[in-house]
Design a protein around this ligand. Structure first.
Ligand SMILES: [Zn+2]
Length: 331
């Protein structure tokens, strides 16, 4: 099969069978230097789909950058059909600040709530717009990798938009058996890809509480293996793709803190374990030692993410809860 041809993303111009990098420029700084989103391309020697994997749309989520790094280090253009485009940090200012959003942007702080942005908009909107234009022009498949960031830890979970997006979610392979829809947001790379008739997913795993060496590598390896599994599923790489035997389907229910104080989850609470509505998840104490609130399961379902920062304010995100709506198999 002939190769896809030269792939151009921003300043990266990469011929078949080669790898290279560049930036998608979104403006200039006070010294006249281009500000850009980093892009690394591995362009396969044979034709096939173009898979984009995006990390750090939220700057306090370093799992995507590590997974992309691991894939880039292991992937040879000679063995690839199609192309892999790795964007280790979609939101570089947020990444360098180690914060969810761009600290200078007081109006559109969260890139995953305003994507695909506007060309003449606020700072984050401009970055999102530049990224989105390049993404939609070149990608067939897209994965944005998230985690619990500085406040939470999330277990393996995927948000999808149905159709081709759900197929991509199922291609992540063994262990990725929780497929969710809904939740906050709705203006994300996944929705932009879906509106363009393409497949995008939002992947969750990890958190800043799990970045010591063993945990950080475990999470990075798990994500990298899922990316390789996706490439095997779409025949971008040889070998047989792994697959779950069954999937749980669900809807995210937001659980936010009713009061401020010290967040103390119950000792026995586990992720990915069936719970009944009103089962106790955590207690919040005021700073006089009084129990100020009890946080309970909002419905039957299971926890897939929990707050790890014990300081909590009213309205803070404190539990990622899945209402399970069904189960499916390939059969
Ligand atoms: Zn995120």
């Amino acid at each position: 099969m002939p190769a896809n041809g030269t792939l151009t993303v921003g300043t990266a111009v990469v011929a078949p069978g080669e790898r290279g990098h560049g930036i998608i420029a979104y403006g200039k700084d006070a010294f006249g230097e281009a500000l850009g989103v980093p892009i690394t391309i591995v362009n396969g020697a044979e034709d096939g789909p173009v898979l984009w994997v995006d990390g750090a749309i939220h700057g306090d989520e370093p799992e995507g950058p590590l997974a992309i790094l691991k894939v880039l280090n292991a992937l040879a253009p000679s063995e690839l059909r199609g192309a892999f485009v790795g964007c280790m940090a979609m939101n570089p200012p947020a990444f360098f600040n180690n914060e969810r959003g761009h600290a200078w942007d007081k109006n559109t702080y969260d890139m995953n709530r305003i994507y695909p942005g506007r060309p003449n908009g606020f700072p984050t909107e401009r970055i999102a717009h530049a990224h989105a234009e390049a993404l939609v022009a070149t990608a067939d498949l897209e994965m944005t990798i998230h985690s619990g960031g500085d406040h939470s830890y999330l277990s393996m979970a995927i948000f999808h938009a149905g159709g081709a997006s759900e197929e991509l979610a199922k291609a992540m392979g063994p262990g990725w058996d929780l497929l969710l829809t809904g939740g906050p947001g709705g203006k994300s790379p996944m929705t932009t890809m879906s509106e363009a008739g393409k497949a995008g997913i939002t992947v969750e795993l990890g958190g800043m509480c799990a970045t010591l060496p063993h945990d950080y590598h475990r999470i990075g390896d798990t994500l990298a293996e899922a990316i390789f599994n996706v490439m095997r599923h779409y025949e971008m790489l040889g070998g047989e793709a792994g697959r779950c035997e069954t999937w749980l389907h669900g809807v995210q229910e937001l659980v936010s803190a009713p009061v401020g104080g010290l967040w103390v989850a119950e000792r026995h609470v586990q992720m990915r374990t069936p719970m009944r509505e009103s089962d106790v998840i955590a207690r919040i104490y005021d700073l006089f030692g009084n129990e100020a609130a009890v946080v309970t399961a909002p419905c039957d379902g299971q926890i897939f993410g929990l707050r790890t920062n014990p300081t909590v304010h009213p309205g803070d995100w404190c539990c990622f809860f899945a209402r399970i709506t069904g189960e499916s198999t390939d059969g």
